[in-house]
Design a protein around this ligand. Structure first.
Ligand code: ZN
Length: 138
């Protein structure tokens, strides 16, 4: 059976794909390359996800610490929320890069994000992987 299309293969042990034309072998090769191409963006996604979880935990602590406190540090809630906003923006950008590297069309990406294909391309077409972010100048 062909590893790609599942059709029965004519004779010959050790053969993995349909013999001719070699579209199945080529399609399988392209699919493997796409999986590999998406790896850096997937690593970045995982790191951002961990950051988000750390922030969610810190927000829990902040809210718990504020319960029964005598005063609230000015702006502390908005500062915490702004961190999420930034990280979620990075998360979406990395997700777009991961999907594009994996060969996903702009139409599919746009649909997932509630955008038209053109709007998705216009917004994310020039996005490159920038994670981890460069160290902040001090
Ligand atoms: Zn095949």
């Amino acid at each position: 059976m062909c590893d790609w299309c599942g059709r029965a293969l004519p004779g010959g042990r050790g053969r993995r794909y349909c013999p001719r034309p070699r579209t199945c072998r080529q399609a399988a090769y392209r699919a493997r390359r796409r999986v590999e191409a998406a790896v850096p963006a997937r690593v970045a996604l995982s790191q951002i996800n961990q950051e988000l979880q750390a922030h969610a935990y810190a927000l829990d602590e902040l809210i718990a610490a504020g319960t029964g406190a005598r005063r609230v540090v000015p702006g502390i809630h908005c500062t915490a929320a702004a961190d999420f906003q930034h990280l979620v923006g990075e998360l979406v950008r990395c997700a777009v890069v991961a999907d594009r590297e994996a060969g996903t069309t702009w139409a599919v990406i746009g649909e997932a994000l509630g955008l038209s294909a053109d709007a998705a391309r216009a917004r994310y077409g020039k996005v490159r992987l920038l994670w981890p972010p460069p160290p902040q100048p001090t």
